[in-house]
Ligand binder design. Structure first.
Ligand code: PRX
Length: 634
């Protein structure tokens, strides 16, 4: 199809989705999803629009949508091409074999007393069994919560406790960059304080043994041996939850984002089809870890529901060399690559020569997600990786939105970063000012004005926080507040530029500054700490911590080591500050509020414009911080 006609098709579908959402979604739901019982109503929203229910009283099963429905037509088609951290570690699985494996594991879970509505935590490397575990939960109507393998035992414990799950699925070890990661030990440490846990299923992913705890731990391969490969998929209601996924907020504990079954699946499938222009013979590779929302929606559920062949990769982009991605693209004839700017920036930094030994001729489309993509990285992706032949799809969305909300269209080769961004079907974006009123200014805070099918249901265990975080303006419009700043460029294209709150986006991972501060002040020497972001050449945002020590303590190398270790233990290695700036105290207002605005300016080296300091009780500290800033280099 010519690009004009694709554009026209998009325009007319988009218009339909906005003017007549009920009929639009009814038609799409019939096309993209296989149902076990039809709906009585397409959509019911609360008067303040904070809660929306889609496809009421209908039933489906997400796992059977991803597997069973493909068996006749695509049973022998490769569902997953897996490559391990070690390039010689390779495995492929057809739709039929994946279906059988999922059925068997569903029966294992049943035998461990996992039922519809129960929560199951998954702490695994990026391997086929992780996908199997997620799909098996979905098959039973159990709610999975996948936790990123990089989180510490403390972070893991908090999440496991919040889900109140009885069963955890893990592996003896993971592998990354040639190193073995002892994830079973981390789980064991976390579970000391999780009394509800009854069973731990352990996948033997590497040759090493694991310390199996009698009556609690079960080897995956042993349990699977005795398990039948017949397991009927449970019918679940449209709004029954499919999963909980934790994400950081600007304050407090991470939020358990709860997603539905039907609306979520529909949103993932329709966006996968339209954004990636999916075709039956595509080999599609989204490099995200299954533990992030991108892994849920665009490694697993969207592509498998469409019967796609996906690539799943365990390791890092630079092991054994920075050619790894490009070699894999040639090895598997990947047509569509969906990755993150932070990965691209790492590869740019390693030098162009790593591209030389691959042709990448199979590539048709290139996607980006997770943070704003800067013009230099975009140019490298477009010119070097895609040789100016592949459109770049810069997709904006969030854990909370379930799937892609804004993106370029797949047929459009734009010569510049950030052009021609379109809202997905049913998505009505707009900007509000800092008082949450709609604005005609070109810059503002991004809102979504109408509910959409993939929208989160709520925050697990905290409905009040859900309303207070995303719908503070519910009295004037009930718009979903994304927490992002956005702008319209000269051509009227909307572009997201970054967070508007105190969450940091570090290498594509959201981290709450208050989480890092809470970890730092656990150290007996720390009186107070404040964390802000600053521009970082590879990570996008780096972590800059201002730390005030109690009088009798002195900052030195061992103190730095202890504080960094503390953050790693409390949260994860990815949350470790890049800079620790020592200060006698933090700049505060008379009411005791830390002036983050000023701290941000100083960490960004913007000293001319620190703004009004007259409301501070200790304005002299600002000059101290400016003067001492230079010694922290970055
Ligand atoms: O700030 C936006 C940024 O990542 C945030 C969402 O992070 P998370 O829930 O972890 O989901 C990441 C994967 C969808 C957003 O609020 N973000 C994500 N994609 C983009 C982006 N910022 C600008 N451009 C993007 N394409």
């Amino acid at each position: 199809m010519k690009s004009n006609s694709i554009n026209e098709k998009y325009n007319s579908l988009y218009e339909w989705s906005i003017k007549d959402p009920i009929n639009f979604w009814s038609e799409q739901a019939g096309h993209f999803v296989e149902w076990m019982r039809p709906w009585t109503d397409v959509l019911k929203k609360s008067d303040d629009k904070t809660h929306a229910k889609w496809f009421l009283n209908a039933e489906l099963n997400v796992s059977s949508n991803c597997l069973d429905r493909h068996l006749i037509k695509r049973g022998d088609k490769t569902a997953i091409i897996w490559e391990g951290d070690d390039p010689d570690d390779r495995r492929q699985m057809s739709y039929r074999d994946l279906y059988k494996e999922v059925c068997k594991f569903s029966n294992v879970l049943k035998s461990l007393n996992v039922n519809k509505g129960d929560r199951v935590c998954i702490y695994m490397p990026n391997i086929i069994e992780t996908a199997v575990a997620m799909l098996a939960c979905a098959r039973l109507g159990a709610i999975h919560s996948v936790i990123f393998g990089g989180f510490s035992s403390n972070a893991l414990k908090d999440r496991i406790i919040d889900t109140q799950c009885k069963v955890v699925i893990t592996a003896n070890e993971g592998r990354r960059g040639g190193k073995n990661i002892p994830i079973k030990n981390i789980i064991d440490e976390a579970l000391i304080d999780c009394p509800l846990i009854e069973k731990v299923v352990v996948v033997k992913h590497t040759q090493s043994d694991a310390n199996m705890i009698a009556d609690r731990d079960v080897w995956y391969h042993e349990a699977m041996q005795q398990s039948s490969d017949v397991c009927n998929a449970e019918a679940v209601e449209s709004s029954d939850p499919l999963f909980i996924l934790y994400t950081s907020g600007s304050t407090g504990k991470p939020k358990g984002i709860l997603h539905s079954s039907a609306g979520y699946l529909l949103h993932c499938s329709i966006t996968f089809q339209h954004v990636f222009d999916y075709k039956e013979d595509d080999v599609y590779w989204c490099t995200a870890d299954l533990a992030w929302i991108t892994g849920h929606s665009y490694v697993l559920y969207g592509p498998l529901s469409m019967g796609a062949t996906i690539v799943l990769y365990e390791g890092v982009p630079t092991y054994p060399t920075a050619s790894r991605y490009w070699e894999m693209i040639d090895r598997y004839n990947v047509t569509t690559l969906y990755t993150a700017p932070t990965i691209l920036r790492t590869l740019v930094g390693m030098g162009e020569s790593y591209l030389n030994d691959s042709s990448r001729e199979s590539l048709r489309l290139l996607g980006s997600v997770g943070e704003p993509i800067d013009a230099d990285t975009w140019n490298w992706y477009f010119t070097k990786v895609g040789k100016k032949q592949c459109p770049i799809l810069d997709t904006w969305w969030q854990t909370e939105t379930g799937g892609i909300m804004l993106s370029q269209l797949p047929h459009m080769i734009t010569e510049k970063c950030g052009e021609e961004v379109k809202p997905m079907f049913g998505i009505v974006p707009d900007l509000v000012d800092d008082n949450e009123k709609l604005t005609t200014e070109k810059v503002g805070n991004l809102v979504i004005k109408e509910p959409w099918p993939g929208q989160m249901l709520t925050i697990y265990n905290d409905a009040k926080r859900f309303e207070e975080t995303y719908f503070t303006n519910r009295k004037h419009g009930g718009y979903y507040l994304a927490g992002d700043r956005a702008l319209y460029n000269e051509k009227g294209t909307l572009r997201v530029t970054g967070r508007s709150d105190d969450t940091l986006n570090v290498a594509g991972h959201l981290i709450g500054s208050t989480e890092i501060e809470a970890a730092l002040i656990k150290h007996e020497a720390v009186a107070e700490a404040a964390v802000v972001g600053y521009p970082h050449p590879v990570k996008g945002q780096g972590i800059y911590a201002y730390v005030a020590l109690i009088n009798e303590y002195e900052p030195d190398e061992s103190m730095i080591g202890e504080l960094l270790q503390l953050v790693k233990t409390e949260i994860s290695g990815i949350a470790k500050p890049d800079v620790l700036h020592w200060t006698p105290e933090l700049p505060k207002t008379r009411s005791g509020k830390v002036m983050r605005r000023i701290l941000r300016k100083i960490s960004n080296n913007e000293f001319d414009d620190v703004g009004d300091t007259s409301t501070l009780v200790n304005p002299e500290i600002v000059q101290f911080l400016i003067t001492s800033r230079a010694q922290y280099g970055v």
